[in-house]
Design a protein around this ligand. Sequence first.
Ligand code: NAP
Length: 201
Amino acid sequence: MSGGSRIGVMGGTFDPIHNGHLVAASEVCHALALDEVIFVPTGQPWQKADRDVASAEDRFLMTVIATAANPLFTVSRVDIDRPGETYTVDTLRDLRAARGPDAEFFFIIGADALSGLPTWKHAEDLLTLAHFVGCTRPGHQLAGGVLLEGRFSLIEVPAVEVSSTVCRERVRAGLPIRYLVPDGVVEYIAKRGLYLGQDDD
Ligand code: NAP
């Protein structure tokens, strides 16, 4: 194959990673014929200062467990090994440095988050570093807001009605999360006692 690798980048707090994340990454990987999707757990997410977030190592290990069976999925430590708050511009610069000038990056995010992109740090540089792929869900109306011109696209992914917030709330309430997250992540959360007695708000 000529040219560099086509690499998806799925950044997330992944607190915890769930099947909605995995389905979105898998769909985009297939639709854009990507060679790999790198999952990148955030270090210190700057927008989540209002609640406790599981440690970076716990979120990293859950992401490794969740993605282990898919040969096209890998996990990067760039965000958790970089001190300070996590910004996507740094994520993409670090991945570019690691993967070389020929790699083509596709940053995968929820479609609504695309409209927030202009507020992200060094927003004007982001579109020079990656294409941005917004995942829409069937029947989902996009929130209003100004989208950046240029290198972004929308891909509809099957709706998997699960969120990290719901998973944490269910664990705290003693409800099952099996089939919402991969089995290994269910076991890891139980073994480490994550999300028990923790209040989100
Ligand atoms: P997250 O809550 O863990 O989610 C990761 C991604 O998965 C999000 O785009 C989310 O979209 C999507 N997702 C969640 N549930 C889904 C489902 N059921 N089906 C399909 N997709 C689903 O991560 P996050 O905290 O939003 O962070 C995402 C990335 O954006 C991180 O890499 C973060 O560093 C980056 N970010 C950067 C800046 C900045 O540089 N200033 C600011 C904000 C975020 P939805 O939001 O639609 O659920």
